[in-house]
Structure formats: structure tokens, C-alpha cells
Design a protein around this ligand. Structure first.
Ligand SMILES: Cc1cc2nc3c(=O)[nH]c(=O)nc-3n(C[C@H](O)[C@H](O)[C@H](O)COP(=O)(O)OP(=O)(O)OC[C@H]3O[C@@H](n4cnc5c(N)ncnc54)[C@H](O)[C@@H]3O)c2cc1C
Length: 401
């Protein structure tokens, strides 16, 4: 294909970096994606729920926060050391714990879902898409209130039992929201952008070289990669990547565990769901593969999960899946959600640099928001105004000064 638009070098080949590459390639840009990880991490190890209604993080009281930093087991864990290391982040997060931006986040998710439909239809990437996702509650009244709030369909205890789950009082069914197999999506998008001409430099850490108020190149070992524009899409490592540029996007990692189970060629659950009390997501994407993921742990970039926490999670899965005895763990891994303190992504031009953009901070909705992120970044690099309401809310400038 003839390239007329110039070139873009992207540091970070997670799902957001790759969707940015996809839309840029479609516009005719020459794109290089650099990632130090060959196989992908967070963008493969996640729940794969494309669920705009879950974009806002649940509200936490002060008591919840104290409990989360003292008790090691539960949906949320906050290590006191992380609080000490990131005081401004936690102060900001406390101020924003009743997020004013819930509607905005849901709007972004819905716009991105429209792009996913077009993407799957046009590109034929097979990610085992399932339509319809449930959120399940212990108490019937909580489920009813949640369903009413989000215009979802209430489902009864009996119905939930038929879907393969147990010990719930009720649920909210989101018929239009999706679940995908994140590993298949990630691998599919990667293969697609390669076939569209993206250069992929995997297994190499990179940094930006600066010349005055612009980026002059990307340094990968001894090699320099020159481009017209640059994109920082390094997920939970964005603070670190942009440190020498004197810009802090205020992103810290909220890690989560992933278990894959073989199910002995049986469909064990028929609808993907978020188990609300424990914050565990469950999805079965094929006759022999079920995924379970855990919620937020603020422990920094740390891949060690102690035995107690793994046990806690497996016990919770056991409590809520009727045919747990047919399941066998075949994989365990983890990922790091890149979270801002106000829960809003950071998308736009990096303050102080004319040719550097950032796409990050999508936190628990990074897969959901990836196509929209790519669409916005490609428009901005092209010098066009993205057709999105309140783009300024995601401005990287909000963390300056
Ligand atoms: C357990 C769990 C469940 C989740 N469930 C969902 C869900 O159901 N729905 C949803 O929408 N989202 C979910 N998420 C969130 C989602 O996975 C993330 O928001 C998303 O994957 C972030 O993508 P990214 O491309 O921004 O970052 P990443 O996937 O983290 O990619 C960043 C990449 O940058 C690379 N990198 C970093 N620094 C450098 C460097 N200096 N040089 C070169 N490369 C570098 C890293 O190796 C990494 O591959 C979940 C996350 C977790 C952990």
C-alpha cells in the first residue's frame, strides 16, 4: 500500500497500542510497534468483558479502603507500601471515589463497542465473541437496584442457577454487552496489523530520545528509530516511560490474577458474568476453556501471588460455579490494569512535546476502550478533531502543575 501520511513509532504493543496501529495503518501511516514483551501480558491476561456498564470502578467507603489495606484477602487489596509510594495518586483517588465521570466512561465504552462491531464484521478476527453478560449479586435487592440503574434485565436466583452459577440472590443481564477471549483477540489483532504492514519489534525495551520540545527518535538498544510522530502506549509502565520527559500521567497498576480451567468438554456456565461480591469475572468461551479473573490489587508491578490469595480466589470460584468439580486449572497468570486516580483515560498530546501522544489509563476497561482509543489517536495524529464528546476530560494536561 502506498504510504503518504508519514510514520508513527509506538512504544507498547498491548491492545491499545495495537488498535492505535490498526487505525493509523488504515489511514496510510507507516507504523512501528515496539514492545519488550514478546507474548503480551495484561492484554492477554484479562477477563475479556466488553462491558461499558462496568467501566466505572465501584464506589468505596473509607471503611472499605481501610479494610482493603489491612486484610489481604477480598476483592480489593491496597498495600500500605503502595500508598506511601503514591500519596498524591491515593489522595486524588479518594477525592474521586464517587466518580463524577461514570456517564462519560459508559458513553466511551458504548462508542467503542460500536467500533468493535464494525471491526469484527470487516476484519473477520475470531475472538469467540459472546453476546450478553451478567452481573451477579448475593442479595436480590442489590441486583434489582443495579439492573434498574443500568437499564439491564433483572434475572432471578432460579434463572442464574440454570446458567451454571449458585449462591446468588439475583442478577442484572446486559443483553447487548459482549465477552471475548482476550488471548484470541490480542493474537488476532497482532496478526492483522502485521498483515497490514506494521513493523513489530518485540522483545526489546525502548525509550524516547528528546530534542528540544520534540521527540527525535526511539532508542531500542543501539538502534534509533525515527518517525514523524510517536505514541506512548506502555500501559502500567507509562509513568516510568515518560519520567525523563518530565511528565507524569499518574498511572499506577492494579493487578489481577487469571486462571484458565479445562472443563472436560462440557459447557459449565452458559453466560459470562461478573460475580459482584468477590469482583471475580467468569467466562467460558469454548467447550473446554473457562476463564476466571480477580479484581484490584494495588501492589505495584509484582508477579508473585501468595498461596493464600490463590486459595481465596479458587474457593470463591468453587462457591459460585455449580459444576466446579469438573474443572481443572491449566494456566495461571496475571496482568496490571493501568489506572488513573480519576478513573478517566489519558489520551492526547503529551504536554511540552509537539510530536508525542499518549494512550493509556483505561484501567479496568482497557480492552473495551481499545478501538475508541485507536480511533481518537489516529484522528489526532492526522490533525483532525475526533468525533467524541468531551474529549478534554481525557486531556493529558489535567495532570500538569
Ligand atoms: C485481571 C484483569 C481483568 C481485566 N478485565 C478486563 C475486562 O474484562 N475488560 C476490559 O476492558 N479490560 C479488562 N482489564 C484491563 C485491561 O486488560 C487493560 O486495561 C488493558 O489490557 C491495557 O492495555 P494497554 O495496551 O493499555 O497496556 P498493556 O497491555 O499493559 O500493554 C503495554 C505494553 O507496553 C510494554 N512496555 C512497557 N514499557 C515498555 C518499554 N519501555 N519498552 C517497550 N515496551 C514497553 C509492555 O511490555 C506491555 O506489553 C483487565 C485487567 C486485568 C489485569
Amino acid at each position: 500500500m502506498k504510504r503518504e501520511k508519514g510514520s508513527v513509532a509506538i512504544i507498547g504493543g498491548g491492545i491499545n497500542g495495537m488498535f492505535c496501529a490498526y487505525y493509523l495503518l488504515k489511514l496510510g501511516y507507516k507504523v512501528t510497534v515496539i514492545d519488550r514483551n514478546r507474548k503480551g501480558l495484561t492484554s492477554r491476561n484479562n477477563a475479556g468483558l466488553l462491558q461499558p456498564s462496568l467501566a466505572p470502578a465501584p464506589e468505596m467507603s473509607y471503611t472499605d479502603i481501610i479494610k482493603a489495606s489491612t486484610v489481604g484477602l477480598g476483592p480489593v487489596y491496597i498495600s500500605p507500601r503502595q500508598i506511601a509510594k503514591n500519596v498524591p495518586w491515593f489522595v486524588d483517588a479518594l477525592k474521586n471515589r464517587k466518580s463524577k465521570e461514570d456517564h462519560f466512561l459508559i458513553y466511551l465504552g458504548q462508542r467503542s463497542l460500536e467500533l468493535y462491531s464494525q471491526f469484527f464484521e470487516k476484519e473477520g478476527v475470531d475472538a469467540d465473541v459472546i453476546k450478553g453478560v451478567a452481573t451477579l449479586f448475593k442479595e436480590r435487592d442489590d441486583a434489582k437496584a443495579f439492573a434498574d440503574l443500568h437499564d439491564a434485565r433483572f434475572i432471578s436466583k432460579e434463572k442464574i442457577h440454570k446458567l451454571g452459577y449458585r449462591n446468588f440472590g439475583g442478577g442484572a443481564m446486559f443483553d447487548r454487552e459482549l465477552s471475548i477471549n482476550p488471548m484470541k483477540l490480542f493474537d488476532g489483532v497482532k496478526t492483522l496489523i502485521k498483515s497490514m504492514g506494521a513493523q513489530m519489534l518485540l522483545g526489546h525495551g525502548a525509550r524516547f530520545n528528546i530534542r528540544g520540545a520534540e521527540i527525535s527518535s526511539v532508542q531500542v538498544g543501539k538502534t534509533r528509530i525515527n518517525a514523524d510522530n510517536y505514541l506512548a502506549a506502555s500501559g502500567s509502565w507509562l509513568n516510568e516511560l515518560l519520567k525523563n520527559l518530565d511528565y507524569n500521567p499518574m498511572i499506577i497498576p492494579a493487578r489481577g490474577m487469571v486462571f484458565l480451567f479445562s472443563t472436560g468438554d462440557r459447557r459449565i456456565v452458559s453466560v459470562p458474568s461478573l460475580i459482584e461480591p468477590e469482583g471475580i469475572a467468569i467466562a467460558q468461551h469454548s467447550d473446554n476453556l473457562l476463564r476466571a479473573t480477580s479484581f484490584f490489587e494495588f501492589k505495584g508491578i509484582d508477579g508473585e501471588f501468595d498461596y493464600k490469595r490463590r486459595r481465596w480466589m479458587l474457593d470463591a470460584v468453587k462457591e459460585h460455579i455449580s459444576k466446579f468439580s469438573s474443572m481443572r486449572v491449566i494456566y495461571s497468570g496475571y496482568g496490571f490494569r493501568p489506572c488513573t486516580p480519576d478513573q478517566v483515560p489519558v489520551i492526547g498530546r503529551v504536554p511540552g512535546y509537539s510530536n508525542l501522544f499518549i494512550a493509556g489509563g483505561q484501567c479496568r476497561s482497557g480492552v473495551t476502550l481499545a478501538p475508541l482509543t485507536g480511533k481518537i489517536i489516529s484522528s489526532l495524529i492526522e490533525g483532525k478533531k475526533p468525533s467524541i464528546k468531551h474529549l478534554e476530560k481525557m486531556s493529558p494536561k489535567r495532570f500538569v502543575g
